[in-house]
Design a protein around this ligand. Structure first.
Ligand SMILES: Cc1cc2nc3c(=O)[nH]c(=O)nc-3n(C[C@H](O)[C@H](O)[C@H](O)COP(=O)(O)OP(=O)(O)OC[C@H]3O[C@@H](n4cnc5c(N)ncnc54)[C@H](O)[C@@H]3O)c2cc1C
Length: 388
């Protein structure tokens, strides 16, 4: 054991999962060491075309859309998303206010699902999946159809003739700011930036130069970095549980600066080729995403993806024609073949991976589930202790 007094966790990876685990454990009184190859805790600089590989959580739009994600996710996965929405709100309440998030790090009101008349079939398919989930669990909110007048009242910049549905209770996080905030508010965490973990085994992180860190709990939160570097090795994430190959799914986003274009909530357009969304960010920014390509290419955004995403955005909000393109970014989502999240633990070892396109949506619920499985206090207990 690393310590007889305060338990010590070693976390490989400082993405969404790694930082949230570090934050939770630090506030529960653990000593925590986090290792990540990134140079520091900050979001990568905007505006440059080439980035060193960095956490997918920085690139993500941060949509918390359990209803809309039923398009792809199973109802049990989406149900974890509902749980996470409450948890993110509780976490955000505990984090210090930030100037770059004047309306808070987590927002929850609703989102809109939109379709052009020619794509109504796609909309009906998503709505049917939502209704099927509601048939199993009537607690799920219903998508509310909106007529043209109601749509314009909610989002005055929308193009006419769109079909729309309000998805109540959905939300969004300001991903880059929230990642920085979690790292800044984790007392007693030792961050080892610029270092890579080659193996996570019970009670031990092995770093790239062969150095080892002996801990009470070794946590693998490396996302795609959990794959063995040698392709001849079996693609396992733990010695005891052989799992199929992790793969990266490329996603590209475009940041627009659009002063004067009102956008109040996340919009999702049902589009034949992409799952297009437009997400408002502070500073008159609109994040437009995202392609989903079965490719592990980390090179800059392609012209084709950029054109298709921007054409779709312009078709939803014509006023975006004069928006300025301020940043383009590509990254890889860590995915397993079944596109489901994967949580495993053994004495002295925990691994979470495969969050695919739902990492922000699922992380808090999965972290709570994993920590409870290890006999650690839940966030609710932790909050009661903080208020005692
Ligand atoms: C374009 C795009 C849009 C997205 N939009 C959304 C969205 O709207 N909503 C949503 O819920 N999700 C979204 N996602 C998905 C979400 O970003 C991911 O599911 C989530 O970031 C996965 O979290 P993670 O912590 O497992 O991995 P990551 O966030 O990728 O973090 C992994 C960390 O491990 C580190 N690492 C890698 N190798 C090593 C190593 N050898 N040793 C130590 N550390 C290592 C990396 O540097 C990184 O910091 C999107 C993703 C993309 C790419």
């Amino acid at each position: 054991m690393a310590s007889k007094l305060r338990p010590h966790a070693g976390i490989a990876g400082a993405g969404v999962l790694g930082r949230l685990l570090a934050w939770r454990l630090a506030h529960a009184g653990w000593r925590v060491s986090v290792v990540d190859p990134a140079p520091d805790a900050l979001a990568p600089a905007r505006g440059s075309l080439f980035h060193a590989p960095h956490a997918a959580g920085f690139t993500a739009a941060g949509m918390l859309s359990p209803l809309a994600e039923l398009d792809q996710a199973e109802p049990d996965v989406a149900a974890l998303g509902w749980r996470s929405l409450d948890l993110w709100q509780a976490i955000a309440r505990r984090l210090p206010a930030r100037a770059d998030a004047p309306q808070g790090l987590v927002r929850r009101q609703d989102s809109l699902l939109l379709a052009h008349p020619s794509d109504l079939g796609a909309a009906q398919r998503v709505l049917a999946r939502l209704e099927a989930a509601r048939a199993q669990d009537p607690a799920w909110p219903a998508a509310q159809p909106l007529d043209a007048e109601a749509l314009q009242a909610l989002e005055p910049a929308l193009a006419p003739r769109l079909w729309g549905w309000r998805l109540p209770g959905e939300g969004q996080v300001l991903g880059p700011a929230l990642l920085e905030a979690l790292a800044a508010d984790a007392p007693g965490v030792t961050w080892h930036w610029g270092r890579r973990v080659s193996e996570v085994s019970p009670h031990r992180l092995t770093l790239d130069e062969g150095q080892t860190l002996t801990v009470d709990l070794a946590i693998d939160a490396r996302g795609l970095g959990a794959r063995p570097e040698n392709p001849d090795q079996a693609h396992t994430m733990s010695p005891s549980d052989p799992r199929p190959t992790l793969r990266g799914v490329r996603g590209e986003v475009v940041w627009l600066h659009a002063p004067g274009v009102p956008l109040r909530r996340p919009l999702r357009l049902l589009h034949p080729r992409h799952r297009v969304y437009l997400v408002p960010r502070p500073g008159d920014l609109v994040l437009l995403g995202a392609s989903e390509l079965d490719s592990e290419d980390r090179s800059p955004v392609s012209l084709r993806s950029a054109v298709e995403l921007m054409a779709a955005a312009h078709s939803v909000i014509p006023e975006l024609a004069e928006a300025r393109i301020v940043h383009l970014e590509a990254n890889l989502r860590p995915a397993l073949p079944d596109h489901r999240p994967w949580v495993q633990h053994a004495p002295g070892w925990l691994a979470i991976n495969g969050l695919f396109r739902h990492g922000w949506l699922l992380a808090p619920a999965l972290v709570e589930q994993a920590l409870t499985g290890l006999g650690l206090p839940t966030l609710a207990h932790h909050q009661e202790a903080a208020h005692a």
